[in-house]
Design a protein around this ligand. Structure first.
Ligand SMILES: Cc1ncc(C[n+]2csc(CCOP(=O)(O)OP(=O)(O)O)c2C)c(N)n1
Ligand SMILES: [Mg+2]
Length: 544
C-alpha cells in the first residue's frame, strides 16, 4: 500500500506526541490530579497535553497565587503541588511563593518553558527573555533542571516524585526549552519509578537514644514539620515515656493539641519551662529561628535528633545521638525497642508539665487573641483547615492559641514569612480537600497582597470563609517603628471598603461589629455555604 503525505501526517500524529503532552502524561502517571497555572504563548503544548488528561487546571490571577495554592495543596493533603508558568515573568512571578515552599520543605513542582536551544543567555531580545531564568530559579529552589528532550523531562518528573518519598521534600523547577517543548517525539510508555519503603534508623542509634530518654528526669519531644505523618507512633512513644510533646508551627497538631501530653506550639513563649527539660528529642525540625529559642538548649544533658535528611541532623546544633530515617518508622523502632525491654514510666508528671506549658503559652503569648480563637474553636470542625498569613492574628494568635486535633490543618508561611499567602492557600486547600471546612484568617495588609485571587475562588466555586482583621495597615511594623522611636512611615494605609471589594469580586461579604457578630457570621458561612467564598471583615479593636 502506498501511503500519501496526508496518511503520513495522520500516522505521525498518532505515534508521536509533543514534549508538552509527554510531560502531562508523566504527571498523570504519578497521580497528579490538579495543576495551578497560567497559560502563555510559550507553554501552549502543556495545555494541549492537559486537554482530556483528566487533570483539573486552576488559573489563579497571578503566578504567585499559583505557587501559594500549590504549596497549601501539598501541606494540607500530603500530595505534591504542581505549578505551570510561562517563561520569564510567569516563572519569576512564582518565585516568592516557591521560596516559601522551600523554606518549609514542601514538595512543589514548577514546570516552565525556557529559551530555545542555542538562545541561552543570548541577550537577543526574544519574548519574555530573562538573562538566565534557570539560574534564578536554581538560586531559590532545591534545583532547576533544563530538560533537553521529552525523555529527559519525563524521567525528571518520575525521579522527583520518587525522591520526594525518601528525602526532605523541597520545590524543584523543570525548564523545557521552547523548541523542545513543541517538538514531537515517538510516544514512549513510561511508568513511575519504584519507590523505596520507609527508612529505618541504625538499631544501635535507636538503642542509645532510648537509653538517654529512659534515663532522663524531664524528657521533652519537639515535633517539627517532618513529624506530621508520624502522629500514631509519636503519641504512643510520648505515652510510654510520660513525656510532653511541643511542636513547631509547621508541626502543629502532630500530637492532637487536646492530648494531655501536648504542650502545643510553645515557641517562642514558654522558654523557661522548655529549658527545664534535660533530654530533648527533636523530630523532623531544622531548629530554625522560628522553631526553637536556643536558650531552651542550655539546660540539656543530651539532644537526640531524628530526620530524613542527614544534613539536618547537625544543622544549628549537633546531637548526642542522630537517628536517620522516616519519622514514623524510627519512632516505631523506639517504641518496639522500649516495649521489648519492658520500659515505661508514669505519665502523671509529664501531663502536669504539659499543662504548665499550655498555660505559660496563654499567659506569655498574646492573650488579646484568646477570645477570638476560643470562639473559633467552638465553631470549626476538628478537620477544619485554617490558613494564616504574616499577620499578627496568625503568628501571635492562631499558631499557638487555636487548639487543633491533627496536623496539616494550619497552613502558614513559617520560615519565609511572606505576605499574601492565606487567600491563595485557601484555594489550594479547598481544591485538595473538597468538603473540608477552610478558613483564611489574616490581616488587612496581607489580604491586599492577594485579594485578586478571590476571583479565582469564585470561578472555581470554592466555598471557603475569609476573616480579615483590619487595623488600618501594617500594624506589626508600625509597632516596631514606635518601639525604636521611629515616627511611623509607610504603615498607616488607606484601606478600601474591603467588604465592597470582596462583593465586587463575586464573594458573599459582610462587616462584623463585634466578636459575637463575627463568630455568628463564621458559623453561618459554614452552615449555609455560598457557592464561592464568604468574606467577613472586622476591625481589630473590636475583637482584641
Ligand atoms: C512580601 C512581604 N513584604 C513585606 C513584609 C514585611 N511585613 C511583615 S508583617 C507586615 C504587616 C502586615 O500587615 P497585616 O497583614 O495587616 O498584619 P498586621 O501587622 O497589621 O497584623 C509587613 C509589611 C513581609 N513579611 N512580606
Ligand atoms: Mg493590618
Amino acid at each position: 500500500v502506498a501511503l500519501t503525505d496526508n496518511d503520513m501526517t495522520a500516522l505521525t500524529a498518532i505515534l508521536t506526541e509533543s514534549t508538552g503532552e509527554a510531560v502531562v502524561r508523566a504527571l498523570a502517571a504519578n497521580g497528579v490530579q490538579h495543576v495551578f497555572g497560567i497559560p502563555g504563548t510559550h507553554n501552549l503544548e502543556l495545555y494541549r497535553g492537559l486537554h482530556g488528561s483528566g487533570i483539573r487546571h486552576i488559573t489563579p490571577r497571578h503566578e504567585q497565587g499559583a505557587g501559594y495554592a500549590a504549596d497549601a495543596y501539598a501541606r494540607s493533603t500530603g500530595r505534591p503541588g504542581v505549578v505551570i508558568t510561562t517563561s520569564g515573568p510567569g516563572l519569576l512571578n512564582a518565585l516568592t511563593s516557591l521560596a516559601t515552599a522551600y523554606a518549609d520543605s514542601i514538595p512543589v513542582l514548577v514546570i516552565s518553558p525556557g529559551p530555545a536551544v542555542g538562545l541561552e543567555r543570548a541577550d537577543s531580545g526574544w519574548l519574555h527573555e530573562v538573562k538566565d531564568q534557570r539560574a534564578a530559579a536554581d538560586a531559590v529552589l532545591e534545583r532547576s533542571v533544563r530538560c533537553h528532550s521529552a525523555a529527559q523531562a519525563v524521567h525528571e518528573i518520575h525521579r522527583l516524585f520518587a525522591e520526594w518519598t525518601t528525602s526532605r521534600p523541597r520545590p524543584v523547577h523543570l525548564e523545557i526549552p521552547i523548541d523542545v517543548l513543541e517538538a514531537h517525539f515517538p510516544v514512549v510508555p513510561a511508568a513511575p519509578l519504584t519507590r523505596p519503603g520507609r527508612v529505618a534508623a541504625d538499631p544501635a542509634a535507636v538503642a542509645s537514644a532510648l537509653e538517654l530518654l529512659l534515663a532522663a528526669r524531664r524528657p521533652l519531644v519537639l515535633a517539627g514539620g517532618g513529624s506530621v505523618d508520624a502522629g500514631a507512633p509519636l503519641a504512643a512513644l510520648a505515652e510510654l515515656l510520660g513525656c510532653p510533646v511541643v511542636t513547631t508551627t509547621t508541626g502543629k497538631g502532630a500530637l492532637p493539641e487536646s492530648h494531655p501530653l501536648s504542650g502545643g506550639v510553645a515557641v517562642p513563649y514558654a522558654t523557661e519551662l522548655l529549658a527545664d527539660a534535660d533530654v530533648l528529642l527533636v523530630v523532623g525540625s531544622e531548629l530554625a529561628e522560628t522553631d526553637l529559642d536556643p536558650a531552651v538548649l542550655d539546660g540539656l544533658t543530651a539532644l537526640i535528633r531524628l530526620d530524613i535528611a542527614a544534613p539536618q541532623l547537625s544543622k544549628t546544633l549537633a546531637p548526642a545521638v542522630a537517628l536517620l530515617g522516616h519519622a514514623d518508622r524510627v519512632l516505631e523502632q523506639l517504641l518496639e525497642h522500649a516495649e521489648s525491654a519492658g520500659a515505661g514510666r508514669a505519665v502523671a508528671e509529664g501531663e502536669a508539665r504539659a499543662a504548665l506549658l499550655r498555660s505559660a503559652v496563654r499567659a506569655d503569648g498574646a492573650p488579646v487573641w484568646g477570645a477570638l480563637h476560643d470562639g473559633l474553636r467552638g465553631i470549626l470542625s476538628d478537620s477544619a483547615v485554617v490558613c494564616g498569613d504574616s499577620s499578627q492574628v496568625s503568628y501571635r494568635g492562631t499558631a499557638a492559641l487555636l487548639r487543633q486535633e491533627g496536623p496539616r490543618r494550619f497552613l502558614y508561611p513559617n520560615g519565609f514569612a511572606t505576605l499574601g499567602y492565606a487567600v491563595p492557600a485557601a484555594i489550594g486547600a479547598a481544591v485538595g480537600s473538597p468538603g473540608t471546612e477552610v478558613l483564611a484568617l489574616l490581616g488587612d495588609g496581607a489580604f491586599m497582597f492577594s485579594v485578586q485571587e478571590l476571583a479565582t475562588a469564585v470561578e472555581q466555586r470554592l466555598p471557603f470563609t475569609v476573616v480579615v482583621v483590619d487595623n488600618g495597615g501594617y500594624g506589626e511594623i508600625r509597632d516596631q517603628m514606635l518601639d525604636r522611636g521611629i515616627p511611623p512611615l509607610g504603615v498607616d494605609l488607606f484601606v478600601p471598603d474591603l467588604a465592597a471589594v470582596a462583593t465586587a469580586l463575586g464573594c458573599a461579604a459582610s462587616t462584623a461589629g463585634s466578636l459575637e457578630e463575627l463568630l455568628e457570621a463564621v458559623r453561618d458561612s459554614f452552615a449555609n455555604p455560598a457557592p464561592g467564598p464568604t468574606v467577613i471583615v472586622v476591625q481589630q479593636s473590636l475583637i482584641t
